[in-house]
Design a binder for this molecule. Structure first.
Ligand code: BTN
Length: 244
């Protein structure tokens, strides 16, 4: 990963560029990195605030030979790689909120957005967008984010080298991805669960159509969240926002 880096100063969204490159057939492991995004994309059609120089805004292009249903596993793998990278560089211990928000002291420092290029049920490319708030100060966040979002600078009081953190995340990603291709999802799942905050707790999951409340039991081998409601029914949740 990261041997082929496509760097831009300012873009609309690194996801967009990665989609274009993936269609052109660039090698697996190509990464698009920008210093600024004018219209960064978040999950569920939200915007992602991506000011210049203060964060890591990047998209990885993967071409694993796995069925479509297993794509969420790679999002979880990416979350583990980012957590390990942040842990190594800052000494902080981040937590993962399913599916892939990375929190420090309860505030979001990283979001991950996975998008697919597929034909029938065959994956052509997976584009994994990673947004990390690195050196923002509290007042750099828009007011509506100040309560919920944080940065590594805010949490450590130190300026963090983005280049070093990127390298460290690539190194962890590479190890985990190799492990995944050799041994499957099980070892990744165990690592992921070790960092997860929501498992075993009563949570509320808002999907696009529904609100499900109950105990988060864990994730399936596909990376789908299982929630047991009051009646004992176990829901499988593919995509939602979680409230703890
Ligand atoms: C989320 O909503 O939590 C996911 C946010 C993902 C943001 C990253 S920044 C790099 C990549 N390019 C984008 O436009 N979005 C992702």
């Amino acid at each position: 990963i990261g041997r082929n880096i496509h760097y831009e100063e300012s873009v609309e969204s690194t996801q967009k560029i990665a989609h274009r490159l993936a269609s052109q057939g660039v090698p697996e492991g190509t990464v698009v990195i920008a210093d600024e995004q004018k219209s960064g994309k978040g999950r569920m059609n939200r915007n992602w605030h991506s000011p210049k120089y203060t964060g890591i805004w990047m998209s990885l292009i993967l071409k694993p030979n796995i069925p479509l249903t297993k794509a969420p596993q790679l999002t979880l793998l990416t979350a583990v790689a980012v957590v390990q990278g942040i842990e190594e560089i800052t000494g902080l211990i981040p937590e993962i909120k399913w599916p892939n928000d990375i929190l420090i002291a309860g505030k979001k420092v990283t979001g991950i957005l996975t998008e697919l290029q597929a034909e029938a049920d065959q994956i052509h490319s997976i584009i994994i967008g990673i947004g990390i708030n690195v050196n923002q100060k509290q007042e750099d966040f828009p007011l509506e984010l100040q309560e919920k979002a944080s940065s590594l600078f805010i949490e450590t009081g130190k300026t963090i080298s983005r280049a070093e953190l990127i390298r460290c995340i690539f190194m962890h990603f590479e190890k985990l991805y190799t492990l995944y291709l050799e041994k499957g999802f099980m070892p990744i799942k165990l690592l992921w669960e070790g960092y997860a905050v929501s498992i075993g707790k009563i949570i509320k999951a808002r999907t696009l159509t529904d609100v499900i409340e109950g105990e988060a039991l864990g994730i399936t081998d596909e990376g789908v969240l299982k929630i047991e409601d009051q009646s004992g029914f176990v829901h499988q949740v593919y995509s939602a926002d979680i409230e703890l």
